[in-house]
Design a protein around this ligand. Structure first.
Ligand SMILES: Cc1ncc(C[n+]2csc(CCOP(=O)(O)OP(=O)(O)O)c2C)c(N)n1
Ligand SMILES: [Mg+2]
Length: 395
């Protein structure tokens, strides 16, 4: 693709060079890339990543782990031990496929449906459950409005306000280049987030300053109860990037291999200083928006049944089996094994002590000011009183 400057020819059409570049971009933004179809058949050899079999087995294992921890979070929420969970089922290929090609020193800015990304970055199931239960080992010490994340893994805690991570990822990418590093940032967000100002602010800055960032849109067709067609009149989400001078492309987000391939190319490009890319990963949210949602009120069950045959784990397993890498039975064994392991972890995590009640006074000020000390004394007084009246425990 030719390198063109900004359009600086007022009162004239854009130069041929720009028109050609945009024609290419438009094709990609309206098209649809897929390496493996829902029956596990290779449909485009050129879109398969050139990675060893062991890497394919690893992709499968991470996707299994993401599905297993997701189901445990759901169970623990139903048991009343986890306050809220946003199910990931059906979107594991995007989270895993997009994070695996990154380097450990790259930065990941997830949304709230990327358990697979946390695992790939090195976070353990135990840490994820400690956080979800907000027990004494919770790395974020019970703080609300931040989901997981840990500096150890260059994994930024996901903000609850939709799309807030987009300008943060852009700023971090800009800072990395400013500091002369060749690290990049990758951020995940949903179709709904592309209607927020933060998306447009972030993309605009990224386009103007050619920051080393990769934007991965998990287009799962729904933003709570708002369907994709009510979200935007744009024919695709990818096409929105073009307005900011950023290439956008569209792919099958339930095909882990095409996600891996396209993200690794976008990451290399960003690393070489050739600017950002937006990738629209077309997928489907098989579960409810969160455990506080009842999707039967706004979407027909038949739609979900229909989309199940496209789900990413089934597809990868068919591909692995057809290529003699792993049988269906072996794949199910991997799942059973992880389910057993996570059950043990869940038992361990459930028996850990709670956070101390005054934990929210910590990590705010380096030195405690008088008014916090006063609030802390008030809390102690309330807790003492509650205990006297038999209204709570003694933490
Ligand atoms: C600024 C803001 N507005 C509204 C909400 C409530 N809310 C939480 S998730 C969500 C839908 C987001 O949809 P999408 O970006 O498609 O992500 P998905 O949940 O589908 O993964 C909304 C409206 C919020 N958290 N933040
Ligand atoms: Mg969505």
């Amino acid at each position: 693709m030719s390198k063109t400057g900004l359009l600086d020819t007022p009162f004239k059409p854009a130069p041929q060079e720009i028109l050609e570049q945009y024609r290419d971009w438009l094709g990609e933004a309206l098209g649809f890339k897929r390496a493996v179809d829902e029956e596990g058949n290779v449909v485009d050899e050129s879109l398969l990543p050139k990675i060893p079999e062991s890497k394919l087995v690893e992709i499968h294992e991470y996707m299994v782990r993401a599905r297993v921890i997701d189901s445990w979070l759901l169970r623990l929420q139903r048991m009343g031990r986890v306050a809220l969970h946003a199910p990931n089922k059906g979107q594991e290929a995007v989270a895993v496929g997009a994070t695996m090609p990154l380097r450990p020193d790259d930065w990941v800015f997830p949304s709230y449906r990327e358990l697979g990304a946390y695992l790939v970055r090195g976070m353990s199931e135990e840490e994820i459950l400690d956080r979800a239960l907000a027990n004494a080992d919770d790395p974020l010490k019970g703080s609300d409005f931040a989901i997981y994340g840990n500096r150890k893994y260059n994994l930024v805690p996901a903000p609850v306000p939709v799309g807030n991570q987009i300008p943060l990822a852009v700023g971090a990418a800009y800072a990395m280049r400013y500091m002369g590093r060749d690290t990049i940032s990758l951020t995940f967000f949903g179709d709904g987030a592309t209607s927020r100002g933060d998306f447009h602010v972030g993309l605009n800055f990224a386009g103007v300053f050619k920051v080393p960032a990769v934007f991965v849109v998990q287009n799962n067709q729904w933003a709570i109860s708002v369907p994709r067609l009510r979200q935007t009149a744009s024919p695709t989400i990818a096409v929105k990037a073009l307005a900011y001078g950023v290439p956008g492309l569209r792919l099958d987000g339930n095909d882990a291999l095409v996600v891996y391939k396209v993200v690794s190319e976008a990451a290399d490009k960003a690393r070489r200083g050739e600017g950002p890319t937006l990738i629209e990963a077309v997928t489907y949210r098989l579960g409810p928006h969160t455990t506080a949602d009842d999707p039967s009120r706004y979407r027909p069950e038949e739609e979900v049944r229909h989309m199940e045959r496209y789900e990413p784990l089934r597809r990868l397993r068919k591909f692995l089996e057809k290529n003699g890498i792993m049988t269906e039975r072996e794949a199910l064994e991997v799942e059973r094994e992880w389910d057993k392991r996570v059950e043990e972890i869940a038992r361990k995590v459930l028996s850990k002590p709670e956070l101390p009640k005054d934990v929210f006074f910590e990590n705010v000020y380096k030195e405690e000011p008088w008014f916090i000390a006063e609030e802390r004394r008030d809390l102690e007084e309330v807790l003492r009183l509650m205990q006297e009246l038999g209204l709570g425990d003694s933490h």
